[in-house]
Design a protein around this ligand. Structure first.
Ligand code: UDP
Ligand code: MG
Length: 312
């Protein structure tokens, strides 16, 4: 069976990598087209996520040179996840693959993904076998992150980023999840459908630098937790109960000292430390609750997640 394939590539300030990325993707497409794996009207969609460099210029040139290349320009920078969604809303092919512009994910497994799709999988995850090229810091933090998500009950595919194939049907279902704070990696396992996995080695970015500094990584990490789990709120409630019970124990201790030992409990430390302790816990808890309230606030506005300026 020949599949119509769309490839969505989010690009934010990717002028260093884009020409090479386009070349490699087009070579791959030609090969798959010649071997009859994908149709001749398969296409690539480069989504310009409000880049400040010449990315859009490059995309326009590529689109002019090859009819298989399309460009989607967002009105401003909306972030990786929203750029992916914008691309998915434009790509109408039977199967759509999303892949980063820096080609850290091996594009040669796209053939295998399409293979799985024709066998009936509606979602095919690309999973990294090794991440030796990532810095020890990135590996370590990623590791901790997966563990934390798992412990609060978020279903997530280990070592899978946003490199995957989805059927047009799965994409349409995804679009019904209309939350503004979008964490695709958490939502897609919720879709269900027959799924498959392909494995690959992650390589280094061949040019340019990571657009995910620590600040953005942390933001994505918190989003992943608070969008899918209320465990932090439950934890606060449990903490409150524990402190409440502890205060009973303290009362008992004070009474025991007063009645049987004839010793007043010495004053300063026993009053000042609990003040700081409880004050700290309360502020922290309000902060966590506030995080959820903020999320409700953002979601109730129902603002559009992206605005497409131009499509070529
Ligand atoms: N990206 C984007 N919008 C952003 C940040 C990143 O579209 O605001 C794209 C970027 O161009 C790349 C992909 O998201 O194609 C992943 O970014 P990057 O490679 O910098 O992340 P890393 O691989 O370091 O996690
Ligand atoms: Mg990258």
């Amino acid at each position: 069976m020949t599949t119509a394939l769309g490839i969505v590539v989010p690009c934010y300030n990717e002028q260093e990598v884009l020409p090479e990325t386009a070349k490699r993707l087009l070579e791959l497409m030609s090969r798959l087209q010649n071997t009859g794996v994908i149709t001749s009207d398969s296409a690539i969609y480069f989504v310009d996520d409000g880049s400040k460099d010449s990315t859009w210029q490059l995309i326009q040139n590529l689109a002019a040179q090859d009819i298989r290349v399309h460009g989607v320009k967002l009105s401003r920078n909306k972030g990786h996840q929203n750029a992916l969604l914008a691309g998915l809303s434009v790509a109408k092919e039977d199967a759509v693959v999303t892949v980063d512009a820096d080609l850290q994910d091996d594009i040669n497994v796209i053939e295998e993904m399409v293979q799985r799709f024709s066998e009936g999988c509606e979602i095919v995850y690309g999973v990294r076998m090794s991440r030796t090229v990532d810095t020890a810091f990135k590996r370590g933090t990623a590791q901790i992150y997966y563990k934390v998500l798992e412990s609060v009950g978020v279903e997530i595919i280990y070592n899978h980023a946003d490199y995957r194939l989805m059927s047009q049907r799965a994409v349409r279902h995804l679009q019904e999840y209309s939350e503004v704070n979008l964490f695709l990696r958490g939502i897609i396992p919720l879709l269900g459908f027959p799924t498959g996995t392909v494995y690959y080695d992650r390589s280094a970015r061949f040019a340019g630098e990571s657009k995910y500094p620590l600040r953005r990584m942390l933001a994505l990490a918190f989003d992943g937790i608070t969008s899918f789990s209320v465990t932090p709120l439950r934890f606060i409630a449990a903490l409150g109960l524990a402190v409440f019970l502890m205060s009973f124990a303290m009362v008992a201790w004070v009474l025991y000292g007063r009645l049987f030992m004839d010793a007043a409990i010495p004053g300063w430390a026993s009053s000042v430390i609990p003040i700081y302790f409880l004050g700290g816990i309360q502020l922290l808890s309000i902060g966590v609750v506030g995080e959820y309230v903020a999320k409700i606030y953002m979601e109730t506005k129902r603002r559009p997640r992206f605005s497409i300026e131009t499509v070529v």
